[in-house]
Design a protein around this ligand. Structure first.
Ligand code: PRX
Length: 692
């Protein structure tokens, strides 16, 4: 059994209820640590008493079973869903050890189900048809809408019927490029209903990124809208789509249909550019279809969706999730990590273009029959109080967001928070990057008035759902720590050689054995799946993150250890930004690193070498940044361009990124050994140009 299990076993000998008494917590969890950052925040007795998991002991009991008998543990949970036909035996099969052959993970194989049916029809059958499924809040205050479970099902069925009518069948890819309109979850669910595989592309991606994804997954139809307002800006999405479709068509990938929703608060039909024969207005066709639609029953291991994410090479990876395990896992993690109850109103600020919006705006909450707030706009528009205005308006009880938002609101001043009531809040959540203790405390003390536990959920696009997360009310929190693993998850920390390290330590975060929500492959590239995730430390799934474990067994995520940067919770590969930069005709070479940023967590810092004879200028700087915005999207634009007449390279020609990181963060006395550089003089030259 895992290290973690041994640790929690030692906890379990203490009397139940002990978790609520500060003095005993110190005993259960080892000594309370002296430094401010490590203070234990103990859940109130009232909260714990009503929680699904009220104590470490309850957790331990379930956790132990989940590790000792995964098949039994997950089968019991899976039985609460609707299956047209029960899964076969074994309940799961896996090989995570590259030395033993091909990597494979399967859960509930042979089970026949449908995730859309479980989200909608099943909840309606249970009497929740008139419950609100989605509250939609528009970009501008006062613009809103809502859908009950019954209405949501009708809208999903109409779109599903339309898609079937234009020839979309089980297994076909459908690309969705939509902002946070209700039509985005509707489109995802409609695909799931008919067994089509959705591939949602975040609507902040540029036409070139979109084209790249179109060419990879070759959808028959693309679903978009004409425009969206975000804050004070109007973004013409359809123009971006037109460019992307033209580009992919040129390279041989022709998309037959572009279904376009008229988002008339942003742009009228008449002002939208149109390609006859290819483009269709959603409102002209979809409402004409019947509002019931039989579901396509699929195998648990049939694909549900593809979602592209960044890795350490230039080409985005199409992470593939299947149906049954993902369904069971997202629903269960949602329920426990947010202590979800049917009376909750839940708001997650993530966009459905990222995994958080898949698992915890759409599937996880709807599988639980929850009421979800979907917000189109920016959380600081028209002013920094908007988030709390929305919380009060809908009586949000569970609020899930990213540290970058917490930090940016923190800077605006407490009065933007305190002028709202926020008394509906009972659980807070954080995701996307480590949350620094000071932001954690502000979120906890001010926003949640010290009454709401914070679920700092560590997970990834690849993991499908939460991996390491507090369970509210179950144990004391430490600001900045994701605490303990979810049921069924065995995190291990390994050293460079891949040897598990015990006790208090830090190293590379890996996971031993599979869990139902794990991704099954990278679309069209199983080999890359194996080499990226299962080769560095044979026998384990390697997350790409660093992690330390303290003497109390709490986990502290320390950030990516590969060439991936995390900007405002967005994962960006340095190689992607570099390849965008060098596509500029005046840029010869580029090296991109992440530097610490007060609000964004990290920001992008790019060193560029220009083509011989080209002088560096402010115009060129702007044009380089524009190139990245055009190729990837505005969110990937470098904050700093640093002109580098040459880059520090070893004699074998390898760029020494370690040195670049130090120069970028101005830690000039920590450059380390630079004697192996082909030309150590380069370093002084770069430093001299640093603030130019
Ligand atoms: O570095 C970790 C960070 O985000 C990465 C995953 O990014 P992505 O696949 O885009 O998914 C983001 C939403 C799940 C991880 O490798 N990360 C995510 N959550 C946390 C985190 N780092 C620290 N603490 C977290 N709670």
């Amino acid at each position: 059994t895992s290290n973690h299990l041994r640790h929690v076993e030692s906890m379990s000998t203490l009397p139940s209820g002990a978790g609520q008494i500060p003095k005993l917590n110190a005993l259960i969890l080892g000594e309370a640590l002296a430094s401010e950052e490590d203070d234990l925040i103990v859940p109130s007795q009232d909260f714990s008493a009503q929680a699904h998991i009220p104590s470490p002991h309850k957790y331990l009991e379930m956790y132990k079973r989940s590790i000792e008998d995964p098949a039994g543990f997950w089968s019991d949970i899976a039985s609460q869903f609707y299956w047209k036909q029960k899964w076969g035996q074994p309940v799961y099969s896996e090989n995570l050890d590259i030395r033993k052959g091909r990597i494979h993970i399967e859960w509930f194989k042979g089970g026949i189900t449908n995730i859309c049916y479980n989200c909608l029809d099943k909840n309606i059958a249970a009497g929740n048809g008139e419950k609100i499924a989605i509250y939609w809040e528009g970009n501008d205050p006062g613009v809103d809408a809502s859908l009950t479970y019954n209405q949501l099902l009708q809208r999903v069925c109409q779109l599903a019927n339309y898609l079937k009518d234009i020839g979309i069948r089980k297994g076909d890819a459908v690309l969705i490029y939509l902002p946070m309109l209700m039509e985005l979850p509707i489109a995802m669910l409609a695909c799931a209903r008919i067994g089509a595989v959705h591939s949602v592309v975040f609507a902040g991606f540029s036409s070139e990124s979109l084209a790249q994804r179109i060419m990879d997954c070759k959808p028959k139809v693309l679903i978009t809208c004409n425009a969206v307002r975000r804050g004070p800006k109007t973004i013409h999405l359809k123009d971006i789509v037109d460019t992307a479709l033209a580009e992919s068509a040129q390279s041989g990938t022709v998309v037959d249909v572009c279904l376009t929703y008229e988002n008339d608060t942003a742009l009228k039909k008449e002002s939208t550019k149109w390609v006859e024969g290819r483009d269709t207005w959603w409102q002209d066709v979809v409402p004409k279809y019947p509002d019931t639609c039989d579901v396509e029953w699929v195998d648990a291991e049939d694909p549900l969706f593809l979602l592209y994410t960044s890795g350490s090479t230039g080409k985005p990876k199409g992470v593939l999730h299947t149906t049954g395990g993902y369904m069971v896992y997202t629903a269960t993690t949602f329920k426990y990590a947010f202590d979800y109850k049917p009376s909750d109103i839940y708001w997650c600020t993530a966009d459905c273009g990222w995994i958080t919006g898949h698992s915890y705006v759409t599937y996880g909450p709807l599988l639980n029959g929850a009421t979800v707030v979907v917000f189109e706009g920016a959380p600081n528009y028209p002013d920094p109080g908007r988030s709390w205005d929305i919380v009060d308006k809908y009586k949000v009880s569970i609020f899930y967001t990213a540290p970058t938002l917490v930090r940016s609101l923190m800077r605006e001043g407490d009065e933007h928070v305190t002028r709202f009531s926020r008394k509906s809040l009972r659980v807070l959540g954080s995701v996307g990057e480590p949350i620094n203790p000071s932001a954690w405390r502000w979120f906890f003390n001010l926003v949640g008035e010290s009454r709401c536990p914070i679920s700092d959920t560590w997970w990834q696009t690849e993991t499908g759902g939460f991996m390491i997360t507090p369970l509210p009310g179950a144990w004391p929190q430490k600001p900045g720590s994701a605490t303990f693993p979810f049921f069924g998850i065995q995190p291990v920390i390994v050293d460079e050689k891949g040897v598990e390290i015990e006790g208090e330590c830090s190293g590379y975060l890996c996971v031993k054995s599979s869990w139902p929500g794990a991704f099954r492959t990278l679309y069209g590239d199983h080999e890359r799946y194996e080499t990226t995730y299962f080769s560095a430390f044979p026998g384990y799934y390697f997350s790409g993150d660093g992690c330390s474990r303290d003497k109390d067994g709490y986990h502290w995520l320390t950030g990516r250890v590969d060439d991936v940067i995390n900007v405002s919770g967005h994962r960006i590969g340095t190689a992607e930004v570099e390849s965008a930069l060098v596509s500029h005709h005046q840029c010869a070479e580029a090296a991109v690193v992440g530097v610490e940023h007060e609000v964004k967590g990290q920001s992008i810092y790019a060193f560029v070498t220009l083509v011989e004879g080209v002088p560096y200028s402010d115009d060129l700087r702007k044009s380089l940044i524009m190139t990245v915005r055009k190729q990837i999207g505005a969110f990937a634009a470098p904050d700093k361009i640093h002109w580098a007449p040459s880059l520090p390279k070893t004699r074998s020609g390898k760029i020494m990124r370690r040195v670049l990181r130090k120069i970028a963060s101005r830690q000039l006395d920590e450059l380390g050994d630079i004697s192996t550089l082909a030309d150590p003089g380069v370093v002084d030259q770069l430093i001299a140009l640093a603030d130019g």
